[in-house]
Design a protein around this ligand. Sequence first.
Ligand code: IPD
Ligand code: CA
Ligand code: CA
Length: 254
Amino acid sequence: MLETIIDIVRQAGEIVLSARDIGSQTREKTSAADLVTEYDLAVEQFLKEKLPPLVPGSIFFGEEEAENADPSRGWAFIVDPIDGTTNFVRGLQQSAVSVALAKDGALEYGVVYDPYKNEMFSARRGGGAFLNGAPIHVSDRPLDQGIFAMGTALYRPEYFQRTMRLTEQLFRRSCDFRRMGAAALDLCGVACGRTDAFFEYSLSPWDYAAGSLIVIEAGGAASTLEGGPLSVSRRCSCWASNRVNRDILKELEV
Ligand code: IPD
Ligand code: CA
Ligand code: CA
């Protein structure tokens, strides 16, 4: 199953790489900060055709066109066709296709593909995490020797102040931070030890489902900022880290 999902996600990545003249195929969803392109729709359509037949009776929970069904029941594909749409539109080459498969709310498979770097991150529950087929592990760096990534929860302005406050607190305890613009890749960055923690106050299941399983299978921790489980059906906050930094939020004002 994992190999089959990987093959399909790689083909979806080809659609991302084939993009030309993206600006003319972009429209605002709710604001100038919330964009969708013809490519988001084309990749989602492709995945919607290819993935559900792999698991008869499964549902498809995608960002652009979620089925009206509860992804915490039965088998569900949880899909972000292009995570990092603003990066995609602006040619920043930091975007990914993200696919998770969950059963009764438990993540079983996660695949995140960065087509620009040809990096395929994958994990199966209990089976470890991989980058292009090679095992990956979180770092063992304490934050005072490390860097963290963060997201601005930009569709939820009510979180702005808390985001900045937590960023400052973590910044004072670390070497530096990054805001890279694709949460699925931020999680994979923690999983392979490039960064040592990541947070965002509000994300959707398609942003973190696959990446959070990859972090956990790489030996790290993924939870809400309060330490609770990440939901497969509702927006929530997200914290991911290696083992050394997992409890650092208990010392901070979140
Ligand atoms: C967004 C990206 C971004 C994060 C936002 C997400 P999208 O996803 O992951 O890094 O800050 O909260 O919504 O809209 O590009 O798929
Ligand atoms: Ca996303
Ligand atoms: Ca998206």
